[in-house]
Each structure stands twice: as C-alpha cells, then as structure tokens.
Design a protein around this ligand. Structure first.
Ligand SMILES: [Zn+2]
Length: 170
C-alpha cells in the first residue's frame, strides 16, 4: 500500500507517476524517500554480538540490532546514542560508522522504505553487564559471530550488515 492516497494539500486522489513519485493535478508532488534509521553492532569482550528481541510489530519476537528511526533535527550519531540509551541503557564510548543499508519496514499495513546507518562499538565487561531490555524491545541475546542466528533475523538487510561487519572486523 502506498503511504498516501490523497493529496495533503487539496484532498484529490494522488497519481502514481512512478514507484517513488506521486503527484496531484494541483501541482503537489510527493517523493517516497527513505526514512533514516541508525543501528549498532555491539560486541563484548568475548567477541559475541548483541541482539535485541523486538517487542512490537513489525516482526515482533524476531532478533534485531539495537537502534531505530532518527528523529528530525537529529544526526545519525545522535540517533543511535539516544536509541541505545532508551533500548539497552548503555552506550559505548566510541561508535564507528561502517555503512548504510536500505530495507523495507511494514507497519500498520503501510510499506515504508528505510535507510539504516550502521555503527559498530565495543562494550566493556562492566557495560555489557549493565545491558537491560527496555522501551520497544522485550529481551536481548549475545551470539558468537561464527554462529549468527540468521533464521531469526527480523529484516533481510541484517545479512548484508553482518557480511560487511565481519569482513572488516573479523
Ligand atoms: Zn492536490
């Protein structure tokens, strides 16, 4: 389903010009651009990777990386620090950007396009012990990098994220 079917300016039905562009006879155009997200691949001293369990739709119960939508007037870096604080209660000192990943996010019957900025970081033993599940996640799990639980991944882009992460930080 398209995110909008009627013109927000004049309320007439929007025309689909191409997959990413809707327009209206009044001159209004709407580009279906991706929404920015930030996420983090966090490792502990044993080189295990932190996954969070999604507590809400979409993909409730599946494994995700901590992170979420960047809010307006926030940078990707500020977004990931806020999301980590909200979801797991811990933010590592250094977070390093390593790539951006397009994906789709089906929410309330509407397919959104997202573009996630991925960061990596290391949690000290003390920080790792402080991790707790909060906000929109219902739990967390550590998994060794050689045995990632791919069948439980919430989103297809996670496979590519780990390919890149492991090729540069293996
Ligand atoms: Zn219009």
């Amino acid at each position: 389903m398209k995110p909008f079917r009627y013109c927000p300016r004049c309320q007439k039905p929007l025309n689909v010009v191409e997959e990413r562009l809707l327009d209206c006879s009044c001159g209004f155009h709407f580009y279906i651009n991706p929404a920015p997200c930030s996420l983090a691949v966090l490792t502990n001293a044993h080189k295990e990777i932190l996954f969070v369990v999604r507590g809400r739709a979409p993909r409730k119960g599946y494994l995700d990386l901590p992170g979420g939508f960047v809010e307006y007037q926030e940078s990707a870096e500020q977004g990931i620090r806020r999301e980590l604080t909200e979801e797991i209660g811990v933010v590592p000192n250094a977070l390093q950007y390593f790539g951006s990943y397009p994906d789709r996010y089906l929410y309330n019957g509407i397919r959104y396009h997202v573009l996630s900025s991925a960061f990596s970081g290391i949690l000290s033993a003390r920080e790792a012990a402080q991790v707790r599940a909060a906000d929109d996640i219902s739990g967390y799990e550590w998994h060794p990098r050689i045995k990632l639980p791919m069948s439980r991944f919430a989103f297809p882009s996670m496979k590519k994220i780990f390919e890149d992460f492991l090729s540069t930080r293996g």
